[in-house]
Design a protein around this ligand. Structure first.
Ligand SMILES: Cc1ncc(COP(=O)(O)O)c(C=O)c1O
Length: 362
């Protein structure tokens, strides 16, 4: 047998939310809704769809611009930065793995929180780094405990704000106080995949600029959530040019496909679509809070497009399976927690109806 690298032997491949077609096939259901992967329930902007169709009509036989020059220029103008402050990646996921590939050695330690995005663990483990998991406080990152865990081997700290899956937020002051404490030779990867959904006045603003004051910070952004482009895989990092250039060395030559680049350029300006998605999320959040309160279900207030709650009177895996059989896909987590993505009005109502049925039948 040919042996793979030792670091990957115990890695369990990432388990995404179950696809709708899978569940339809397994249970013979015609109608299934998926509220399991924090996707955009309003689909994709019409402006973006038109730009994609126009582009496809011209042919997709030519390799993409590997540097994603037009997208970087568009982002530079929009965010008042320089093109060399950006690295465009195949979704935010690739940003995470490229950072790990460029910076982590097997002797390094990384710090991350419990109950956060699992790709931080996997990207670090693949490089052989040691993982230090810090417990949460009230289902949020405990930044003091993270600082206390820093030692001479610490190379990188992963921060998700607002956090997936708990939906909790670290305020701007908490983040800057934390960054004031972290030594400059430790990379901080600040992932704000969900920040566009936050409605708290204390939410960090313009965190893509953090590197200007804190050169050891890289901010991760994605077009998969509020922009509705999860299927095309576009994300990016902002940071100081020297760090971006090092990460660029490990990037594949055409990592971001041409349609992803076209879609992202057009998605950035469609303010009407972004507002619709934001408003739908706020309405859906209010509605789901009410449902949980009526059912006496303990839930965590969210600054994202998903809500974390405790499975009522059964374990989270059982609740997941029972709801799935009735055509509603959600996501179970350890510790008897469940996460539901906020959907359209109809999807939220269907989720509430099926949740009530499952509780009654139990
Ligand atoms: C916290 C967080 N970061 C990054 C990502 C990666 O998103 P994508 O690769 O689709 O850009 C996700 C996806 O769910 C996420 O939840």
């Amino acid at each position: 047998m040919i042996k793979p690298r030792e670091e990957i032997v115990n890695i369990v491949p990432y388990i995404p939310g179950r696809p709708i077609e899978d569940v339809q096939r397994e249970y013979g259901l015609e109608h299934v809704i998926k509220l399991a992967s924090n996707e955009n329930p309003l689909g994709t902007s019409e402006v973006v769809k038109k730009a994609l169709i126009d582009y496809i009509n011209g042919g997709i036989n030519i390799y993409p611009d590997g540097n994603a020059t037009n997208l970087k220029e568009k982002l530079s103008k929009k965010l008042n930065l320089q093109p060399n402050n950006f690295l465009i990646t195949n979704g935010g996921d690739e940003s995470l793995s490229l950072v790990a590939e460029a910076y982590l050695n097997p002797t390094d330690e990384v710090i991350l929180s419990e109950l956060t995005f699992p790709r931080y663990t996997d990207s670090s483990t693949i490089m052989g780094a040691k993982i230090n998991v810090v417990p949460m406080k009230n289902l949020n990152y405990d930044l003091n405990a993270i600082c206390e865990n820093i030692n001479s081997n610490t190379k990188l700290i992963w921060i998700c704000n607002p956090n997936n899956p708990t939906g909790t937020l670290l305020t701007e002051k908490e983040i800057t106080d934390f960054l004031d404490t972290v030594p400059e030779d430790i990379l901080v990867i600040y992932d704000e995949a969900y920040i566009e959904f936050a409605d708290s006045e204390d939410a960090p603003k313009n965190a893509y600029l953090l590197f200007q004051k804190y050169p050891n910070v890289l901010t991760v952004k994605t077009f998969s959530k509020i922009y509705g482009l999860a299927g095309l895989r576009v994300g990016y990092l902002t940071g100081q040019p020297e760090i971006i250039e090092n990460i660029n060395k490990v990037r594949g030559p055409f990592n971001c496909n041409v349609l992803g680049q076209i879609a992202a350029i057009n998605a950035l300006d469609d303010e009407d679509f972004l507002k619709k998605v934001y408003d739908n999320n706020i309405e859906g959040k209010k509605y789901l809070y009410k449902v949980f309160e009526e059912l006496n279900i303990s839930y965590t207030k969210s600054q994202t497009n998903h809500i974390f709650f405790e499975a009522p009177s059964m374990n989270s895996k059982t609740l997941f399976e029972k709801m799935q059989k009735k055509g509603v896909i959600i996501r179970p987590f350890p510790g008897n927690y469940v996460r539901v993505s906020i959907g359209t009005k109809d999807e939220n109502e269907e989720f509430a109806k099926v949740l009530k049925e499952v509780i009654q039948e139990n």
